[in-house]
Design a protein around this ligand. Structure first.
Ligand code: NDP
Length: 312
């Protein structure tokens, strides 16, 4: 029979949400066990400077910030481990979670903080220059390209929101749209089209991001005219959507049509008692380190209250 371990509070995932949940759960005496997942620290480990997280007056590198979070959780007593949840069974109490396709954990409460992953175009040059002018987060990195020309790809609400954000910081924003229409809501489209320093390139796809060590231009093709051109830009933002890391919970937890876990408004509670969700796996709107951390705190407080009630 496979090995089974019993824990009071199990945390799956390790971005700002997971680590904050671990800090709060440990301080509340819940003895949390946290499995970090494939990418310990999550999306922040593939960013560079973070200047908008309060408490770091001189900014902080994303990977270092996640090390700080982890050390703080460890100092509070969280048991942080390598390993990935590979299967869950939430049909009866205690909840069961399998790690690395091997051992099973029986948990009185489970906090899901598995995050989301940005979608990329899949170009070799896009990956090579990631963090050197290529970014999937305008709010995080736009500031570094103040008063320069930049490009953004995507035509949904996120791309529109980020193009508008960039238009306030940058000299010019080139918005690359692969079809002859946008997917975004009408109001967002109107705002983009009315903004003088945003040029919309319809029917346009990116062939390559150019630059040796940092972005200096992009090569694009217009599908109608078949014309290729090079646009000089200092940054290339990709805003073609995110994928919540929630496939393991399909059929068990309520999620929206894109796979984002649904929580009871104003709480971290999922549709299954004792299972809580925080961070980007349940947030497609804000997606910031600070909002993820805040929701991690909520999940730990909700778990603490749930466990207290369970124990009577
Ligand atoms: P969406 O899935 O809505 O849009 C993705 C966009 O990226 C589409 O325009 C799509 O083009 C484009 N795209 C996808 N793949 C490629 C590719 N390979 N090359 C070029 N373009 C590509 O994602 P969003 O992140 O914008 O939004 C997700 C959800 O969150 C939506 O429901 C949105 O409404 C919501 N949201 C709401 C906000 C708000 O209310 N304030 C803010 C932000 C998001 P195509 O249209 O051709 O498929």
């Amino acid at each position: 029979m496979a090995e089974v371990e019993k824990v009071h509070c199990l945390i799956i995932g390790s971005g700002p949400a997971g680590y904050t949940a671990a800090i709060y759960a440990a301080r509340a005496g819940l003895k949390p066990v946290q499995y970090q997942g494939l990418q310990p620290g999550g999306q922040l480990t593939i960013t560079t400077d973070v200047e908008n997280y309060p408490g770091y007056p001189n900014g902080i590198m994303g990977p270092q910030m996640m090390i700080d979070f982890e050390q703080q959780a460890q100092r509070m007593g969280a048991d942080i481990r390598w390993g990935m949840a590979t299967q869950v069974d939430f049909n009866s109490l205690p909840h069961k979670v399998q790690i690395d396709d091997e051992k099973w954990i029986e948990a009185d409460s489970v906090i899901i903080a598995t995050g989301a992953s940005a979608k990329w175009l899949g170009l070799e040059s896009e990956q090579r220059l990631n963090g050197h002018g290529v970014s999937a987060c305008a709010v995080c990195d736009g500031f570094f390209f103040k008063n320069t020309d930049v490009a953004i790809v995507g035509a949904g609400d996120t791309a529109c929101e980020e193009a508008l954000y960039l238009s306030k910081l940058c000299s010019h924003v080139h918005m690359l749209i692969r079809r002859s229409e946008m997917r975004a809501s009408k109001i967002m489209q109107d705002r983009v089209l009315k903004t003088e320093n945003i040029t919309v390139h319809w029917n346009t796809e990116t062939l390559e991001v150019l630059g040796d060590h940092k972005v200096d231009s992009i090569k694009v093709i217009n599908h109608q005219s078949k014309a290729e051109s090079v646009i000089p830009v200092k940054a290339f933002f990709v805003a073609i959507g995110h994928e919540p890391n929630s496939s393991m919970f399909k059929g068990l937890l309520d999620m929206d049509e894109s796979g984002y876990l649904q929580t009871l408004p104003g709480s971290s509670k999922t549709n299954i008692p004792g299972v809580f969700a925080c961070g980007d796996v349940q947030d497609k709107i804000y997606r910031q380190a600070v909002t993820a951390a805040g929701s991690g705190c909520m999940a730990a407080l909700d778990a603490e209250r749930y466990l207290s009630a369970l124990e009577g």
